[in-house]
Design a protein around this ligand. Structure first.
Ligand code: NAD
Length: 469
């Protein structure tokens, strides 16, 4: 694509029903998304079924070559994609935000293309020879959220395509343009029909999850929707990868250095203005350094500019939608009402346009407070005091979700011992939320099941087959 306007025009429908998408920072129109129906879903699935056998027959090397070209196409259109993502999702161009997200799309495509997956010889003893292979599934459904719409779509479709499948994507109703534009760019390098975005509502998502021609659903979103998808996929016994909600705990051990960890804590919690599945959402700090951590974190947080994402100076943006803004406002109000101490923020300017909620830090808060117990998914971090490590571990493990967690310490061995006690899919040490295409990622407990990334992620998009003989 040559310009932002050309990219937007290329995804704007000329016929059929459309819906206006508004910029969460300003309330102005960004563009018009198609309103696809279950009939459109049927057409997309038919096209996918038609395209998939030839794609599968190409083999790993040719498919990987196509994915590398698709990564180049993303890079050619990187700035236009980032502009659209910033306007529609709200995240700033700069910082670990829109340009970073588009860069990650290219990186994850290349990683999916470059990860070797050879048949495994599981037994070869002279009498018996058995090999484990992975066959394509067929057509994969990918259902995604609004917080990292492009990157999460790539996480779902890159391994699916690499493994010889076709994909039908159902993006969030809040961020369809970002996903339509991304697919438009990818399709410059992919065969017709192999990858289609159906920009519909929950009815389309629900039909995708129950459709007999869909062999697997990759889902990222809330735990409640994940449970609905498990139910609707049951009749066709679909394989599922579920990346669901989290409420990640971080534990600052008594030997941590408050100044040294403050910036890492900040970005762990406030990346994408807190709208991140594996963000730090509850911070447990030992008594002995509680006030020091509060002070250092407040100093870092107060210096981070929030505003319109297109302004190059900003690193924090608005909440993406009114419903999420209301969740954050309700939880902070409840915390304040319970007597918790607001260190920073908590005072939104209701006169300004956009869903801006200021960076908020809340201290002296009880572990049972709703701001701690519920997923806030926004820029408001509760900081809970503890006096023994056992107590901190118990509080961290008390919830029924377990996506990520982190331990902050000057002693790596000690931190690893605490990490091993935490019920979470990933535990980071002295950082939080860092993802890497080489390292498997997935949730524990009600944060979901199945792994993405690395060779484990490729295997999840194939049907294991033993050849015995
Ligand atoms: P959501 O569950 O409301 O929606 C996600 C998608 O599911 C949307 O595309 C929606 O249209 C679709 N959907 C809704 N009902 C459906 C149904 N019955 N059947 C099929 N599809 C249906 O989630 P959201 O609000 O967009 O995203 C925020 C949530 O996602 C947070 O809880 C966050 O923690 C979680 N999340 C998790 C990860 C992860 O990797 N674990 C990553 C990002 C977000």
């Amino acid at each position: 694509m040559e310009t932002y306007d050309a990219l937007l025009a290329s995804i704007t429908p000329t016929t059929g029903e459309t819906r206006t998408i508004f910029d969460p920072a300003t309330g102005t129109a960004v563009g018009h998304a198609p309103v696809h129906t279950v009939e459109d879903l049927e057409s997309a699935i038919a096209a996918a079924r038609a395209a998939q056998p030839a794609w599968a027959a190409l083999g790993h090397d040719a498919r990987s070559a196509a994915l590398l070209k698709a990564a180049d196409a993303v890079e050619r259109s990187a700035e236009e994609l980032a502009q659209l993502l910033s306007r529609e999702q709200g995240k700033p161009l700069n910082g670990p935000n829109a340009r970073f997200e588009v860069g990650a799309c290219a990186a994850w495509l290349r990683a999916a293309a470059g990860t070797p997956l050879e048949p495994e010889t599981v037994v070869d003893d002279g009498e018996t020879r058995a090999e484990l292979h992975y066959r394509p599934i067929g057509v994969v459904g990918a259902i995604g959220p609004w917080n990292w719409p492009m990157m999460i779509t790539i996480w779902q479709i890159a391994p699916a395509l690499r493994m010889g499948n076709a994909v039908v994507v159902k993006p969030s109703e809040y961020t369809p343009l970002s996903v339509l534009a991304l697919a438009k760019v990818l399709n410059e390098e992919l065969p017709e029909g192999l990858l289609t975005v159906v920009s519909g509502g929950r009815d389309v998502g629900a039909r995708l999850a129950e459709h007999p021609a869909i062999g697997k659903v990759m889902f990222t979103g809330s735990t409640a929707t994940g449970k609905a998808i498990i139910k609707s996929s049951a009749d066709t016994v679909k394989s599922l990868t579920l990346e669901l909600g989290g409420n990640d705990a971080g534990i600052v051990l008594p030997d941590a250095d408050p100044k040294a960890i403050a910036e890492g804590l900040f970005w762990g919690a406030f990346i994408n203005t807190g709208q991140t599945c594996a963000a730090l959402k509850r911070l447990y700090v030992h008594d002995s350094l509680y006030e020091a951590v509060c002070a250092e974190l407040t100093a870092v947080a107060a210096a981070m500019p929030m505003g319109n994402g297109l302004d190059e100076a900003n690193v924090l943006g608005p909440l993406q939608n009114k419903a999420q803004y209301d969740v954050v406002a309700r939880l902070v109000d409840a915390a304040r009402g319970s007597g918790a101490r607001i260190l920073l923020g908590g005072n939104p300017d209701t006169e300004q346009p956009g869903y801006f909620y200021p960076t908020t830090l809340v201290a002296d808060i009880d572990n049972s407070n709703p701001l701690v117990a519920e997923e806030q998914f926004g820029p408001a971090l509760p900081i809970i005091r503890y006096s023994t490590v056992d107590e901190a571990v118990t509080m961290a493990n008390a919830l029924d979700v377990g996506l990520g967690a982190s331990v902050w310490s000057s002693n790596l061995d000690g931190a690893r011992k605490v990490a091993a006690r935490l019920e979470a899919g990933t535990v980071w040490i002295n950082k939080h939320g860092a993802v890497d295409p080489r390292i498997p990622f997935g949730g524990a407990k009600q944060s979901g099941y199945g792994l993405e990334f690395g060779v484990e992620g490729l295997k999840a998009l194939g049907v294991p087959q033993i050849i015995n003989g």
